[in-house]
Design a binder for this molecule. Structure first.
Ligand SMILES: *[C@@H]1O[C@H](CO)[C@@H](O)[C@H](O)[C@H]1NC(C)=O
Ligand SMILES: *[C@@H]1O[C@H](CO)[C@@H](O)[C@H](O)[C@H]1NC(C)=O
Length: 453
């Protein structure tokens, strides 16, 4: 008998309330009209009022009174990896009232990491988070939200699990920094939600987000724009990063060449030879040389300190270059670009970032032929005759992203001998600027960036 009553009570409780208020949401207030409204007037972000989540999908609830106005503003996607489904009903308010759904109040920043399989790739984190800083700083989004909150209450990582960010101090510190202009007081953090939370909701439950802010990273920005909005903003960000870590922000580039390498990845097979050449050039031109090998898990402070001590950063293209935005004013980057690696304009990720600060020089040497690749097997070397345009499949890209590079030390030496004196004289970025080496047909050129085929 007791068991029977228990079961009855349980059934009554669950069917009357399909969604129990959880730690991150409350019950849907009866006053809301439920209609999804979209404000997509800005190129930098989109704000959704009453964005719905149900059964692994994000939905825009439209009814006869809002359909004509809102429908044309909806895109098939919310962000790079997340779709948005229009959901027409007759009367949104009546519909919502019957759901007894959950309510996530205030302002929620939806963050979609472009490559969820590589959460430790701090290069893509930089691409994702710098645009967030632009939007948080401009505060335009505050005109487009409903309700009383004047700051970011919640950050929702749409496609990542909490455990995927374990030990990534760089990501956590950057996240805190980019959100700072959107927080009510310094040091305050928003509620942080991950994919785990929505996954845990029952398939019959609904959740309405009062305001959802989606920042357009370069993958969804109408012009593919990346980097800081203005040099002033980028420079202020750099300063703040050092300040927050209680480090002295460097005011000028020291006479040090740093050879940056990723621990266990993006190998330069003749690194010793490269280092020897740098030492030779350094001796000749009065610069110290310092090898620096780092992992994405290294403390944010280490990344910052290493950049502050660098006047010229030499590195193979790779995620560790994400920290190049913290180089001192007047410093330079010489990036070694691998052969056949330019899908989705990847070769410019770090160029666009440093360029947006306005006071960091950025040069590159491009491996223009397969002789600069050390393939691991016969199997991989079948891509040796492909062109950069042809190399867009996941396999070809992975081969070239991970195969060891042979740096053309002689050519790189010539580049350095040409640019370092200009740097030492304090010439401006505009004065020293060089054309970015474009991936060309596989013609087996010399690899010089001025050797345009
Ligand atoms: C670099 O900036 C240009 C101009 O804004 C843009 O078209 C391109 O998509 C950007 N590429 C990357 C990788 O950020
Ligand atoms: C050769 O490459 C293909 C595709 O990348 C892969 O499926 C296969 O296992 C490779 N074979 C060997 C022997 O490495």
């Amino acid at each position: 008998m007791l068991v029977f009553v228990f079961v009855l009570l349980y059934v009554a409780a669950t069917s009357a309330s399909p969604i129990e208020p959880g730690w991150f949401f409350s019950s849907l207030p009866s006053s809301i009209d439920g209609k999804t409204r979209v404000n997509a007037a800005s190129k930098t972000h989109t704000v959704y009022q009453n964005l719905w989540y149900h059964n692994q999908r994000y939905l825009a609830l439209l009814d006869s009174s809002s359909q004509d106005e809102q429908r044309p503003k909806l895109k098939p996607e919310l962000s790079q990896n997340t779709g948005l489904v229009p959901f027409p009903v007759k009367d949104a308010k009546a519909f919502a009232k019957n759901l007894k759904a959950g309510w996530l109040p205030g302002n929620t920043l939806l963050l979609d990491f472009p490559f969820a399989a590589f959460p430790e790739n701090i290069g893509h984190w930089q691409e994702t988070l710098v645009p967030v800083y632009n939007v948080m700083s401009s505060r335009d989004w505050l005109q487009e939200v409903q309700g009383n909150s004047k700051h970011i209450d919640t950050v929702f990582m749409l496609n990542l699990r909490r455990e995927q960010l374990k030990g990534l101090d760089w990501v956590w510190e950057m996240l805190r920094l980019v959100l700072e202009p959107g927080m009510p007081t310094k040091g305050q953090s928003p509620t942080l939600l991950f994919y785990d939370q929505t996954e845990g909701l029952s398939a019959t439950s609904w959740l309405a987000i009062e305001n959802a802010i989606v920042v357009n990273d370069r993958y969804i920005h109408p012009e593919g724009a990346a980097g800081f909005h203005t040099p002033e903003l980028g420079q202020a960000f750099r300063k703040q990063a050092f300040l927050d870590q209680k480090l002295l922000a460097p005011s000028k580039a020291p006479m040090t060449i740093t050879l940056l390498s990723a621990h266990g990845g993006e190998e330069v097979i003749n690194r010793q030879e490269l280092l020897g050449m740098l030492q030779e050039v350094g001796q000749k031109l009065g610069m110290r040389v310092r090898p620096y090998t780092v992992t994405p898990q290294a403390p944010f402070q280490s990344h910052l300190t290493a950049m502050a001590r660098t006047g010229l950063l030499v590195s193979r293209h790779g995620p560790m270059m994400a920290s190049s935005i913290f180089l001192p004013p007047g410093a330079a980057v010489l990036e070694l670009l691998p052969f056949n690696w330019n899908w989705k304009d990847f070769s410019r990720i770090y160029l666009n970032a440093t360029r947006s600060l306005g006071d960091i020089h950025h040069f590159a040497w491009l491996a223009r032929s397969a002789k600069f690749v050390r393939y691991r097997s016969e199997n991989e070397s079948r891509y040796a005759h492909w062109t950069a345009a042809e190399c867009s499949s996941r396999e070809c890209l992975e081969v070239h992203a991970t195969a060891a590079m042979v740096a053309d030390v002689e050519t790189i030496k010539h580049i350095l001998l040409k640019i370092i004196p200009g740097l030492q004289k304090g010439k401006s970025v505009a004065q020293l600027r060089q054309a970015w080496p474009e991936a060309v047909q596989n013609s087996g050129g010399t690899g010089l960036w001025w050797d345009v085929a």
